[in-house]
Ligand binder design. Structure first.
Ligand SMILES: [Cu+2]
Length: 136
């Protein structure tokens, strides 16, 4: 019973905190995204992305460079460039496969596409998800 509760709690928590799972099949990695600062129009939003090996599900550093673009499909415009940074633990060590995306400005309310790309040389793999963004 206790085991089941722990499992249930873990499942619920992971569903709450990890909003989206993106599969990058060319890169053999899975990315789980969650909001550190929820998407709001007119304020900076901050997102965390954890990369996992697609086969072993262990945290892994992607071998390609991560970039994130915000795109408002309905109106055919984007926003300013976002900034990717490393997440450090309490000992100032890099956390394996974990990135923070800052400078995410949803400049107006509405439906936005979050385009997550892994780029290596001329090869680029992009996976997306959508958020309905409102004002605070
Ligand atoms: Cu717009």
């Amino acid at each position: 019973m206790k085991k089941l509760l722990v499992l249930l709690t873990f499942t619920l928590l992971s569903q709450l905190s990890f909003a989206h799972e993106l599969v990058f099949s060319q890169n053999n990695v899975v990315a789980q995204t969650r909001w550190e600062k929820s998407p709001k129009a007119g304020a900076e939003s901050v997102m965390l992305i954890q990369f996992y090996d697609a086969r072993t599900h262990e945290a892994i550093e992607p071998s390609s460079t991560l970039s994130v673009v915000l795109w408002m499909k309905d109106m055919n415009h984007g926003s300013g460039p976002t900034a990717v940074e490393r997440v450090l633990d309490q000992d100032s060590e890099v956390v394996n496969g974990l990135m923070r995306v800052r400078n995410m400005w949803f400049v107006m309310s509405g439906n936005w596409e979050i385009r997550v790309s892994l780029k290596s040389g001329t090869q680029i793999e992009t996976q997306t998800f959508s958020e309905n963004v409102s004002h605070r």
